[in-house]
Design a protein around this ligand. Structure first.
Ligand SMILES: [Cu+2]
Length: 312
């Protein structure tokens, strides 16, 4: 029987060698596909001063993950390929009470990797939610099925009074019709304008279900929760028109919940704001918003805007 045993061992070590080669080939193929994907499907162009810090965290995560992934695959493949027929079957070493130096190093490496990611993300989190600069442009954002609505203050920088009892589908901010300041507030649908280089403070909430206000180019994503306004700020630093999406599955029309953010020069922004103010009817009641809504809302929303007009 010794010859047959030797044959079996030889076949087993050849099988192990090929398995090790397969693992290394898979490793190379996945690394190559990563670099192809990174060139073709990577994140869209950055358009805010805060975007590089978010990308920095992503890069750190990828590098740490890459090191562990490559190390784990090599650690598996190399012993397989070096397996000798004479080595006999693998027998795991007995468990001892004290961890070996290798285990301690592994735990330390994991703790350091975790601490690095935590430190980076905490630093950027606090920066994102720190008090905004005083000269920031203030915008209120309300998400609803299935659109984003924005409110800008009047020329004096004031937002009119709001109250929950005025909230209707045509008046999502609950603007009080008796407050003259509301007559100067500009409300837009699925279109937000900001100024390049000027910080913008977004107060984000929702009217019906939880949405998520997502500006991919700004690397800004914030849940919009009914009854719980959250304030974040960012500084657009690249002129252009970028996408706004909802990043939280919020109903059958979720995919239609898209808009644009226009980053423009101070002059272009002032001209746009003037055109918006000029479009407010002299009566200046929030009912005007309902008519504006009807013009801007996608098909299927006429009914709700009409209901709001009737209610006023
Ligand atoms: Cu949504």
């Amino acid at each position: 029987m010794p010859d047959r045993r030797a044959d079996q061992d030889g076949a087993a070590s050849r099988g192990a060698w090929w398995f090790g080669v397969l693992l290394l080939a898979l490793l190379l193929a996945s690394l190559a596909s990563f670099f192809v994907a990174a060139r073709v499907w990577w994140l869209p162009v950055r358009a805010s001063e805060q975007a590089p810090m978010v990308d920095g965290i992503l890069d750190a995560l990828f590098v740490i993950g890459l090191v562990f992934f490559v190390a784990a695959q090599v650690f598996l493949a190399v012993p397989l390929m070096r397996r000798r027929a004479a080595a006999g079957p693998f027998v795991p070493p007995p468990l001892t009470r004290m961890p070996g130096i290798g285990a301690i190093i592994a735990v330390l490496v994991l703790v350091i990797a975790d601490a690095t990611v935590l430190a980076l993300s905490e630093r950027d989190w606090f920066r994102m939610f720190s008090p905004p600069p005083a000269d920031a442009l203030r915008i209120e954002v309300v998400g609803r099925q299935f659109m984003w609505q924005f409110r800008y203050p009047g020329p004096d920088g004031r937002f009119g009074r709001t109250n929950l009892r005025f909230v209707t589908s045509g008046n999502p901010f609950g603007m009080d019709p008796d407050d003259p300041a509301n007559a100067q507030n500009v409300v837009t649908v699925n279109e937000m304008h900001v100024v390049v280089g000027r910080p913008v403070v977004l107060q984000i909430t929702a009217l019906d279900v939880i949405h998520s206000f997502n500006l991919p180019n700004f690397r800004l994503k914030q849940d919009a929760v009914p009854g719980r306004p959250v304030t974040v700020w960012t500084t657009p630093d690249r002129a252009g028109t970028y996408e706004i999406t909802c990043a939280q599955l919020c109903g059958v029309g979720h995919y239609t919940m898209r808009g644009i953010v226009v980053v423009q020069s101070p002059g272009a922004f002032a001209a746009w704001m003037a055109s918006q103010r000029a479009a407010i009817p002299p009566a200046g009641k929030p009912g005007a918003i309902a008519s504006g809504l009807r013009a801007a809302a996608p098909a299927g929303h006429e009914a709700s805007a009409g209901a709001a007009s009737a209610a006023k």
